[in-house]
Design a protein around this ligand. Structure first.
Ligand SMILES: Nc1ncnc2c1ncn2[C@@H]1O[C@H](COP(=O)(O)OP(=O)(O)O)[C@@H](O)[C@H]1O
Ligand SMILES: [Mg+2]
Length: 234
């Protein structure tokens, strides 16, 4: 079964300056375990697509199913619970809380679970070690490099062990080498079974993905499988 299924999804934004058709009649299936890039010019609807997949932004028309659940039929509260269980988000600007340490930032999504503080701390430590920050648990975001802040954001996204991670331009703010290190991290998480959908402008990230969806003017322009991913040689 598909992890994500979109049928005839359109999104019309109605801002003061008139209506914008951000997405038009998108139908799309993404299977469990896929690693998908979404490309397209600025304004083509990539972020809108990601927010709709992420149960954050109701479509104007169409059906969105995640793991067989019609997410926009859920009440706002149940949809929020759904998001915290199923989806990890990584944003370009990281969106870390500046006055919380790396560990405290990673513990945030665990606050709604019934775990004790000690259990939450143990999980946060484990996942920060996994992303290579086991020795920087108590740094504030401004005491970390851009790549390290991105790792904290990824740790926060995966600490609940969601099946799906959505990333909006995760290498957009990073230099080439750091961007590649982050893609290596995504690849290793993908190999452990995580499904990842990533918006990107950066062609250097494409060797890491299995499939690329191209958007143009709110429509799906192309959907291609990679001949060979960068990891296939190893
Ligand atoms: N909240 C919003 N209100 C009004 N228009 C929006 C909103 N968000 C996005 N748009 C418009 O929808 C279109 C698609 O935007 P977006 O999904 O952000 O594209 P991308 O991520 O590919 O740059 C653009 O024309 C953008 O201006
Ligand atoms: Mg965008």
């Amino acid at each position: 079964m598909s992890l994500i299924s979109l049928q005839g999804v359109s999104k019309i934004y109605d801002s003061g300056e008139g209506k914008v058709a951000a997405l038009q009649e998108i139908s799309l299936e993404i299977a469990t375990g896929e690693f998908v890039a979404v490309m397209g010019h600025s304004g083509s609807g990539k972020s809108t697509l990601l927010s709709i997949l992420g149960a954050l932004n109701p479509p104007t028309t169409g059906k969105v199913m995640v793991d067989g659940i019609p997410v926009y039929d859920l009440s706002i509260e149940r949809r929020a619970d759904f998001r915290s269980m199923y989806i990890g988000f990584v944003f370009q600007q990281f969106q870390l809380i500046p006055y919380l340490t790396a560990m405290e930032n990673v513990m945030l999504p665990l606050a709604i679970l019934k775990d004790s503080h000690a259990q939450q701390a143990a999980k946060a430590k484990e996942v920060l070690a996994k992303v290579g920050l086991g020795n920087k648990l108590h740094r504030l975001p401004n005491q970390l490099s851009g790549g390290e802040q991105e790792r904290v954001a990824i740790a926060r996204a995966i600490v609940n062990q969601p099946p799906l991670v959505l990333a909006d331009e995760p290498t957009g703010a990073l230099d080439t080498k750091t961007g590649q290190e982050i893609m290596e991290l995504f690849r290793s998480l993908h190999r452990e079974g995580l499904t990842i959908v990533m918006v990107t402008h950066n062609k250097d990230t494409l060797p890491y993905v299995e499939r690329t969806i191209y958007m143009r003017d709110g429509r799906l322009e192309a959907d291609t499988l990679s001949a060979k991913t960068a990891g296939a040689a190893h």
